[in-house]
Design a protein around this ligand. Structure first.
Ligand SMILES: NC(=O)c1ccc[n+]([C@@H]2O[C@H](COP(=O)([O-])OP(=O)(O)OC[C@H]3O[C@@H](n4cnc5c(N)ncnc54)[C@H](OP(=O)(O)O)[C@@H]3O)[C@@H](O)[C@H]2O)c1
Length: 346
């Protein structure tokens, strides 16, 4: 896509705060003047984001999406599909799947009963991808939200514990042990977050294979440490104060940055201004690195994919076209899987 002669259509999840809000602002000041499809869970915040985009002169649509509920994911994708089919919105050139969550324990559950960190950061992302793929332009590009936490505590400023890989069915089960100390609960919440990002990066590779076979691209963008966002909500007041008022000063350190700085790199990646030939790559604050070797483990990928196909298949979505139509014969997904099931096509 050249920015001068094409108006790209960009889909962004989580434009309401933190890094996503900075991405929205960057898109609004971008010379390509992209058309925007904004997805958020809160009606008031979504309306504000759409109003801000329109006030800046953008052609913007807003669609409600709660990643904690696969029915909401289905409904949102139906709405995006309807906009694309009616021609109101062109097929998606770039999808910035930024929205994600972190919690102070592992006790929250999604509408479908999955542990909420895993549900939002992995299950729902898979469901969004299932519905989105048929709506991508022929050169469409998907960017997933990675995190250095997938590498472990030492690589993420020591702020989040190491991930702990388990089979997907176990990762999806919320903690039902007797409540522990605040510290113990928070540790489990941190492990869940790091592990969800490890799972998302693991999942990115089979998705990249699928998209690559149709000429599309998928990359993971790691924003670096971006303190001051809403990511660590629910912390005790003093911790929240430090996160918002003291830790943003860490933006000068390697591996850390500001919402604005990271948004600039993410948008450049999404629109193909930078890393234009990259596919299945891991881009960290604008610099290509490499996802952890363990994310390329074929067994993990295969088991995660199979579990997610089952979990998201319960959503039910007859209207979203089968992505299989656009894939070469015989590309049914992960090894051992003969049929690909977009949401609802079981
Ligand atoms: N900040 C960091 O240091 C850092 C580092 C690495 C990766 N990341 C990743 O970057 C992304 C953005 O994080 P952030 O720091 O900007 O956090 P944030 O300020 O909390 O923003 C998260 C965004 O996701 C949305 N969201 C959360 N749960 C949702 C749900 N159930 N359904 C729909 N939208 C939902 C939020 O919407 P509401 O406004 O409605 O809450 C918000 O717009 C996340 O994927 C995060 O994991 C962040």
């Amino acid at each position: 896509m050249t920015q001068s002669d094409i108006t790209p259509t960009v889909l962004l999840t989580g434009p309401t705060r933190g890094i996503g809000r900075a991405m929205l602002h960057r898109l609004l000041t971008h010379p390509a003047q992209p058309r925007l499809v904004l997805l958020a869970r809160d009606r008031g915040s979504l309306d504000e984001a759409v109003a801000a985009a329109r006030a800046a002169g953008a052609d913007a649509r807003g669609i409600l999406l709660d990643l904690a509920d696969l029915d909401s994911v289905r409904s949102a994708l139906e709405k995006v599909a309807a906009l694309v089919r009616s021609g109101e919105v062109a097929t998606i050139d770039a999808a910035l799947l930024n929205a994600g969550g972190q919690f102070l324990d592992r006790r929250h559950v999604s509408a479908q009963g999955h542990e909420l960190t895993f549900a939002i950061n992995v299950v729902a992302q898979h469901a969004v991808l299932q519905g989105l793929v048929p709506l991508l332009s022929p050169t469409g590009h998907v960017v997933l939200a990675g995190s250095s936490t997938h590498r472990g505590k030492r690589q993420s400023f020591g702020l989040v514990p190491d991930p702990f890989w388990q089979e997907p069915a176990e990762l999806a089960i919320p903690d039902d042990t007797p409540p522990g100390t605040f510290r113990a609960e928070r540790e489990r919440g941190g492990v869940a977050y790091a592990t969800s990002k490890l799972a998302l990066v693991t999942l990115s590779h089979p998705w990249a294979t699928r998209l690559g076979s149709t000429g599309r691209r998928l990359n993971v963008y790691d924003p670096g440490l971006v303190a001051g966002t809403g990511l660590v909500r629910g912390m005790p007041a003093y911790m929240d104060w430090v996160w918002r008022n003291v830790m943003p000063a860490m933006a000068v350190l390697p591996g850390a940055t500001t919402p604005r700085g990271t948004a600039r790199h993410a948008v450049a990646l999404a629109l193909g201004e930078r890393h234009r030939d990259r596919h299945d790559a891991y881009i960290e604050i604008g610099r290509e690195t490499r996802a952890e070797a363990v994310t390329f483990d074929a067994g993990r990928q295969s088991r995660l994919w199979a579990w997610l196909q089952d979990a998201t298949g319960t959503v039910g979505h007859p209207d979203i076209p089968m992505v299989d139509r656009e894939l070469p014969e015989g590309d049914g997904g992960m090894p051992g899987e003969s049929t690909h099931h977009p949401i609802g096509q079981r």
